[in-house]
Design a protein around this ligand. Structure first.
Ligand SMILES: Cc1ncc(COP(=O)(O)O)c(C=O)c1O
Length: 318
């Protein structure tokens, strides 16, 4: 072989790469982001990365963890102390019961939990219902796992909440899950409790599980109330709740998330997760314990800043 390796030649690349790698149209998004970066006086809203710093007590906990030598693998499911702190948080904030030993899996960012959930659920040709517009990574994660995203339109008329009747119509024998992102990225919709209860009824009557991504939970403001669909009676065994630390505690670079679900599912998901990243970063997990166990004022502070910015933005629009 010459110095030009096979993977550097377009024709060979096309022959060697998997269909999933080739079937990868990034769309206009990356180009727009690049253009926006080059313009002055443009507020960059392309990525959900809070500009506020990680609260200092969380940073201090990470430094302590480094000094204490926590620089090794953690248990594959994540630190016991973190899984316990998450179970407490879920009970306190979300009305969810989860056994920290069997029903919680710590992931390397919420993003990994999304992919692991799809890899654990989907065979080739399986379908996942996804309210549209959606966070793009969901469509990729579904496709990479061999599945097919089936979109259900949402619109401004219904404040971007999905219509449970539309979801019901989209269910086929191949449907493996309904994905709910609430609060939603990109629309900002916080799905109202009655809608979530109707989707829960649908899940209970059809047996189709729900994947509930609640990563933006702490950013619900202005009277909007976040509700966890897994807390509806009967839904505990049918819901995979996905959440993390990136948005609430301004920890996007720390890469810690988690998924919560019935123990047989978590057991299978753990095998897949282990192949991808073994365990989430140890130092970040120690920091995440401090995030959940420490003072929570930073959550309200951030909400106040976001509410103020929203008002400033609305004033400019009028
Ligand atoms: C809805 C949603 N889920 C998951 C992720 C991934 O977040 P993380 O940084 O925790 O991996 C994002 C990131 O923007 C998101 O918007």
């Amino acid at each position: 072989m010459t110095k030009d390796t096979a993977l550097a030649t377009p024709e060979l690349l096309r022959r060697l790469l998997s269909r999933r790698a080739l079937d990868d149209d990034p769309g206009l998004g990356p180009q727009l982001i690049e253009r926006a970066r080059q313009l002055e006086d443009v507020v960059f809203l392309g990525r959900g990365d809070p500009d506020l710093p990680t609260p200092p007590h969380i940073v201090a906990a990470a430094k302590d963890a480094l000094d204490a030598g926590h620089t090794h693998y953690t248990p594959l499911r994540g630190l016991d102390s973190l899984r316990e702190a998450i179970a407490d948080k879920l009970r306190r904030d979300n009305g969810l019961r989860a056994d920290p030993d069997q029903e919680v899996l710590i992931s390397t960012g919420t993003q990994e939990a999304v992919s692991v959930a799809m890899l654990a659920l989907l065979d080739t040709g399986d379908e996942v219902i996804l309210p549209d517009p959606y966070y793009l990574s969901y469509a990729y994660a579904i496709r990479y796992a061999g599945g097919r995203p089936v979109t259900v339109r949402t619109s401004a008329e219904t404040a971007f909440a999905p219509d449970p009747d539309d979801i019901a119509k989209a269910i086929t024998p191949r449907t493996k899950a309904v994905v709910l992102l609430t609060p939603n990225n990109p629309t900002g919709a916080v799905y109202p409790r009655p809608i979530l209860e109707r989707i829960a009824e649908l899940s209970l009557s059809t047996g189709v599980p729900v994947i509930s991504d609640e990563l933006y939970e702490a950013t619900a403001f202005g009277g909007a109330e976040h509700f966890s669909v897994g807390s509806v009676p009967g839904m505990r065994d049918r819901t995979i709740t996905i959440n993390g630390f990136s948005k609430s505690y301004r920890m996007t670079g720390w890469r810690v998330g988690y998924m919560v679900g019935p123990s047989p599912f978590i057991k299978s998901a753990q095998k897949i997760k282990q192949t991808l990243t073994i365990c989430a970063p140890s130092i970040s997990q120690h920091a995440a314990v401090a995030a959940l166990r420490g003072p929570q004022d930073s959550l309200q502070e951030a909400r106040d800043v976001y509410a103020e910015r929203r008002q400033a933005f609305l004033r400019r629009l009028h």
